[in-house]
Design a protein around this ligand. Structure first.
Ligand code: DSN
Length: 422
């Protein structure tokens, strides 16, 4: 990875430049375990920073409301073709600006307001757009929840029972805090049985799916949405994939339904990311993400830290602080203590959390970012030990100072970091 020098920004706007430089340094010198973050390539960044940002292209390729689309049409068609090839999709819309608008477009395109949708409870690992009461989804549609069991796993028989009783118009799966494999085939079967549309939001695991490390829902599902910047390691954006028969409805919902001019510079970056994700190197990377998560989970558990579902099958780990520390609502305090040592995580609810989303009882972590940095099993084992020490002593400044020093040592082993230079 080469050096981003931000020469023009530095000359023109030192205030913004300084902040970008400081953020670059922060990313380089902390252990980032936020499971939804990653480090995209310089080619992806050059595309998002390209002159394609100057172009308006409302509509779709060869059917635009502005002239001058000779090249952006080609860019958009290339992104679509690559996404189809990468995931095996029949129809792809690459215009959604991010994950929430992508999900919104699916509901808007396929349903009427007030229709019944079945999705995982937010506290159990669902997403805001999967029916949270303060989100547009929970306000405009009638969401029916399913949850995980006491052991942290989904019970597909119970989910089927709820679907048979409730007869939703749409069943949503794909989660933001579920560390286990998803039985996509079974979800799609249940949806078919109750004559509901099926939708998988694979934002978290898209990179693992593209690499064959997790089962692909595309063959079974009506619609699959994903962000492109998590395990997929592309720009901050999203796409919608669907059966050909639903393509027109989805396209109409995105434009003119919800969005105006597509961000062609980001669409170009998505095309680049899809090409990268087809490489052998990316498959090796995805396998390492999962290996690293397993080693990190084992390391934490062997130090006496409890995890929801006792482990992980993917890139993500959910720490249960109630079982680990015997008290509820400590997620925020522990996440702050970890940050003081240079370990970046996010506090998160755990299933059946007796506390609140603002003071939840869990910590959510993952390995996409540190794996891109080049960290492997050895570092994961060490990070698990250091995290356990901080979790058990989150109010002890001496322990935190000692761990902070050790975190710095992990970075002294020469990880590939040029991408952060500003
Ligand atoms: N904010 C994302 C995540 O961290 O999982 C979901 O939108």
């Amino acid at each position: 990875m080469g050096e981003m020098d931000y020469k023009c920004l530095r000359n023109e706007d030192s205030e913004v430049y300084e902040l970008v430089a400081k953020e670059g340094n922060r990313q380089l010198t902390q252990i980032n375990l936020i499971p939804s973050e990653n480090i995209c390539s310089e080619a992806v960044m050059e595309s998002t920073g390209s002159i394609l940002t100057n172009k308006y292209a409302e509509g779709y390729a060869n059917k635009r409301y502005y002239q001058g689309n000779e090249f952006v049409d080609k860019v958009e068609l290339l992104a679509i073709e690559r996404a189809k090839k990468l995931f095996g999709a029949e129809h792809v819309n690459v215009q959604p600006n991010s994950g929430s608008p992508a999900n919104m477009a699916v509901y808007f395109g396929l349903l009427e307001y007030g229709d019944k949708i079945m999705a995982l409870n937010l506290m159990h690992g669902g997403h805001l757009t999967h029916g949270c009461k303060v989100n547009f989804s929970g306000k405009l549609y009638n969401f029916i929840e399913y949850g995980v069991e006491e052991d942290g796993f989904l019970d597909m028989d119970k989910i089927r029972e709820i679907a048979l009783k409730e007869k939703p118009k749409l069943i949503v799966c794909g989660f933001t805090a579920y560390p286990r494999k998803i039985n996509f085939k079974k979800f799609a079967e249940i949806a078919r049985e109750v004559e509901a549309y099926s939708m998988a939001d694979i934002s978290h695991i898209a990179g693992l799916i593209a690499s064959g490390v997790h089962e692909n829902p595309i063959p079974y599902f009506d619609v699959v949405t994903t962000t492109t910047h998590k395990t997929l390691r592309g720009p901050r954006s999203a796409i919608i994939m669907c059966k050909e028969s639903l393509g027109k409805k989805i396209d109409k919902a995105v434009f003119p339904g919800l969005q105006g001019g597509p961000h062609e510079h980001v669409i170009a970056a998505k095309a680049v990311a899809f090409k990268e994700a087809m490489s052998d190197e990316f498959k090796v990377y995805s396998k390492q993400v999962v290996k690293n998560a397993k080693v990190l989970a084992d390391s934490l558990m062997s130090e006496g830290i409890s995890l929801v579902s006792n482990g992980t099958d993917n890139h993500l780990i959910l720490i249960d602080l109630i079982k680990s520390l015997g008290a509820k609502g400590l997620g925020r305090d522990v996440a702050i203590a970890l940050e003081e040592t240079g370990i970046i995580t996010n506090c998160n609810t755990i299933p059946f959390d007796p506390s609140t989303p603002f003071r939840p009882s869990g910590i959510r972590i993952g390995t996409p970012f540190v794996t891109t940095m080049g960290m492997k099993e050895q570092e994961m084992k060490k990070i698990g030990q250091l995290m356990a020490l901080v979790i058990k002593n989150y109010q002890d400044d001496e322990v935190k100072a000692k761990v902070g020093k050790e975190v710095k040592e992990i970075f002294s082993c020469g990880l590939d970091s040029n991408v952060f230079k500003a």
